[in-house]
Design a protein. Structure first.
Length: 279
C-alpha cells in the first residue's frame, strides 16, 4: 500500500520539484560536512579575516570566521536533529493513536485527553520551558520536539485506525485469535500509511523550523558549533554590511521547507485520490 502511494505521489510534478529541492539541500548538508573544510581551506572555528569583512567567497562573521565554511558545516546537525525529533514524534504518535482507535473505551479517552493537555501548550513554549529547566542539550531538544509532535500524529492515526477496524480483514484476524499487537502491525498499520506519511512530511518541516528557531534564540545548538539557525542570530547585526552570514542559511532553510511541503502536499493528494478510488 505504501509503495503504491509513493509511486502515485512521485508521479506528480510538484513532488518531483519538492524532491529536487529537498535533495539539493540534503546533498549540500552532507557534502558540506564531509568536504566543506577541504573546499574552503578553513575549519569552522578558524580565524580567516577581519570581522564582517568581504574576505573569501562569502566573507567573515562577527569573530572573523569564514562564513562559507560555517554554512557548509552547519546543515547536517540541523537535519539530524529534525529527523530524530520527527521519528520520535511519528512513532510515538502512531502507536498511541492505533491503540486508542483499536481499543476504544477508557484507554482511548485517557490517550486523547492526555493529547488534549499537550496540545493546549504551544510547542515552542513547551520547548522553552523544558530547556530553561534542564539546559540546551541536544537530546532534550530532540525529545521535547518529538513529544510535542506525538499528540497531533496520534489524532490522525486514531482517526485512520477507526476507519479500518470495521473492515472484513480485521474481523477475520480477530476471529482467528490473532494477538492485538500482530493485528495492529500486520493489518492496521499498512492500511493507514497514507495519513502517517503525510504527517511525517509535516512534522519534519516543523521540526527543522523549531530546531532553527531555538538555535536562533540561543536555546538550541550552542556556539561555537556551526548551525544555520545559530548563524542567523550571530550575523543579523551586520545584515546590511555583510549579508551572506544570514542570507545563505535563510535561503537553505527556505528551500528545504518549500521542498518538504511540496512532497507532503503530493502525498496528501495521492492519499486522497486513492481513498476516492477505493470508495
Amino acid at each position: 500500500m505504501s509503495g503504491g502511494l509513493l509511486r502515485r505521489a512521485l508521479g506528480l510534478r510538484q513532488a518531483k520539484i519538492g524532491l529536487t529541492l529537498t535533495g539539493l539541500v540534503v546533498v549540500l548538508a552532507v557534502a558540506g560536512a564531509l568536504f566543506g573544510s577541504a573546499i574552503t581551506g578553513y575549519q569552522p572555528d578558524d580565524f580567516s579575516g577581519k570581522p564582517f569583512h568581504a574576505n573569501g567567497m562569502a566573507g567573515t562573521d562577527g569573530v572573523g570566521r569564514d562564513v562559507l565554511t560555517r554554512f557548509l558545516e552547519g546543515g547536517l546537525e540541523l537535519l539530524g536533529y529534525g529527523l530524530a525529533a520527527t521519528a520520535i514524534g511519528v512513532l510515538l504518535g502512531a502507536v498511541l493513536g492505533m491503540l486508542a482507535g483499536y481499543t476504544g473505551g477508557w484507554l482511548d479517552g485517557l490517550i486523547m485527553r492526555g493529547s488534549d493537555v499537550l496540545l493546549s501548550i504551544p510547542q515552542l513554549v513547551f520547548a522553552l520551558l523544558a530547556i530553561a529547566m534542564i539546559g540546551p542539550k541536544g537530546w532534550l531538544l530532540i525529545l521535547v520536539i518529538g513529544i510535542t509532535h506525538a499528540p497531533r500524529v496520534a489524532r490522525v492515526a486514531r482517526q485512520a485506525t477507526v476507519g479500518v477496524i470495521g473492515q472484513d480483514y480485521i474481523k477475520a484476524a480477530q476471529l482467528y485469535g490473532m494477538p492485538r499487537r500482530r493485528i495492529l502491525v500486520r493489518e492496521v498499520l499498512p492500511n493507514i500509511t497514507g495519513p502517517l506519511m503525510v504527517e511525517l512530511g509535516l512534522r519534519l518541516t516543523y521540526s527543522i523550523g523549531y530546531v532553527a528557531s531555538l538555535s536562533f534564540l540561543g536555546l538550541g545548538i550552542q556556539p561555537p558549533a556551526a548551525d544555520w539557525g545559530l548563524m542567523i542570530n550571530e550575523n543579523r547585526i551586520a545584515l546590511v554590511v555583510q549579508p551572506w552570514g544570514v542570507v545563505l542559511p535563510v535561503l537553505a532553510i527556505a528551500v528545504l521547507t518549500v521542498g518538504t511541503n511540496l512532497i507532503t502536499d503530493s502525498l496528501a493528494a495521492a492519499a486522497a485520490r486513492r481513498t476516492t478510488e477505493e470508495s
